[in-house]
Ligand binder design. Structure first.
Ligand code: FMN
Length: 373
């Protein structure tokens, strides 16, 4: 049985359930398991070097012949912060590390190098990636035309109607509507803004105004969320936190335990780890940075400065310095389950709630864009 609508037809999938790309959590195995179950797995390669990105894409291909998406961070690297601002943040962090018995070598601003998202385009084209999703912004025109010439479908991320309109104007084939509930980084890209609209309010407003399919993201943990997203006018959903505890997740045991213990009020938005707003569980690093008056560096400089502590902390399975991104409903994540089982349970529960979904071949599920002018 499949649910058919404009999104599933465009992407060549059976169910309009997209596993959210989650850098640091998503493995090729997770992506393939979701795609093999009829959903759309998404491989995150944001900020990853082109050679590793290529290897990861090839790994997914070994595990599935089904469509999957590859996710890229589309942003321009800003000029480096002042050395004095960098030193102030470094001094703060080193003090916290020392007090917590974590020996971390200082980071040298002058030796930091970053990959541009544009470095990933040759890999995407050579590897014939069919679906590319973006967050943090709109790729440049050259990149968009290269991918379109290679027949790739493009998915953008919006956290407001204004962003969605811009993404549609620039040729995105579908748009993720990311509500404030969502775990991980906000996809926000209009400078100086931080839209705080929830999924319930955002999705219908986008569905009414945007002609391409809208994909709801934020707080969708099971079939109830899937059905709700479709009822709100989305053509698909993109759950992320629902997969944090699954067997294919890269989260360590202590990280998983912290997520499992999350409650409705445990997560918060912070810039402490990366310099960009993101939602996650609070811990020692977040508290120390937020309680100080030290200026947080712009993304990706703050991100680069906290990277070594995150790596060391992860290796020690001590979540005090790990970025534990999680959505407002992450406490509902199911433990010790395969990613494919999560998809199957979502499908079964949504079908129970919305029996009309079953066998919707050539018909349109609740609220999809075909009904909009
Ligand atoms: C751990 C984690 C990492 C994430 N990393 C990415 C990423 O690399 N790229 C991206 O587009 N979105 C990323 N997101 C955001 C998701 O795409 C999605 O918007 C979010 O998970 C939806 O909210 P939910 O977590 O409540 O399901 C991440 C989310 C989480 C929880």
């Amino acid at each position: 049985m499949e649910w058919k609508n404009n999104l599933t037809s465009m992407l060549g999938i059976s169910y309009p359930i997209v596993q959210a790309p989650m850098l640091g959590i998503t493995t090729p195995e997770m992506v393939a398991a979701v795609s093999n179950a009829g959903g759309l797995g998404s491989l995150p390669i944001g900020n990853i070097d082109p050679s590793t990105a290529r290897t990861q894409i090839q790994k997914v291909r070994e595990l599935t012949t089904k469509p999957f998406a590859v996710n890229v961070f589309a942003y321009d690297i800003p000029i480096a912060p002042d050395q004095s601002a960098f030193d102030a943040m470094q001094t703060l962090l080193q003090g916290v590390y020392t007090r917590n018995g974590l020996g971390i070598a200082p980071v040298d601003l002058k030796t930091l190098t970053f990959f541009s998202y544009k470095d990933l385009f040759p890999v995407l084209i050579e590897e014939k990636v069919d679906i590319v999703s973006f967050t943090f912004g709109i790729p440049d025109s050259e990149g968009i035309s290269l991918l379109k010439q290679s027949n790739a479908k493009l998915i953008g991320t919006a956290t407001s109607l204004e962003e969605a309109v811009l993404l549609e104007q620039r040729g995105m084939d579908a748009i993720v509507a990311q509500g404030i509930e969502a775990g991980g980084h906000r996809g926000t890209f209009i400078a100086g803004s931080l839209p705080q609209i929830g999924v319930m309010a955002l999705v219908p407003q986008l569905a009414d105004r945007i002609k391409v399919p809208v994909i709801a993201a934020g707080g969708i943990m099971d079939g109830r969320g899937v059905a709700a997203g479709l009822m709100l006018g989305a053509a698909g959903v993109q759950p992320g936190s629902a997969f944090l505890l699954c067997n294919e997740s890269l989260a360590t045991d202590a990280h998983k335990a912290a997520i499992a213990a999350a409650t409705d009020t445990t997560t918060r938005l912070t810039r402490a780890f990366s310099g960009r707003w993101a939602r996650g569980l609070t811990n020692t690093l977040i508290a120390a940075v937020e309680d100080s008056n030290t200026t947080i560096l712009p993304y990706p400089y703050q991100d680069a400065l906290t990277q070594p502590a995150r790596k060391a902390s992860r290796e020690q399975d001590n979540p005090s310095f790990v970025a534990m991104w999680a959505g407002q409903a992450a406490g509902l994540a199911k433990e010790k389950t395969g990613a494919a089982d999560i998809i199957q349970q979502m499908i079964a529960q949504a079908e129970q709630l919305l029996p009309s979904l079953k066998g919707t071949a050539n018909t349109v599920v609740a609220g999809s864009q075909d009904s909009h002018s």
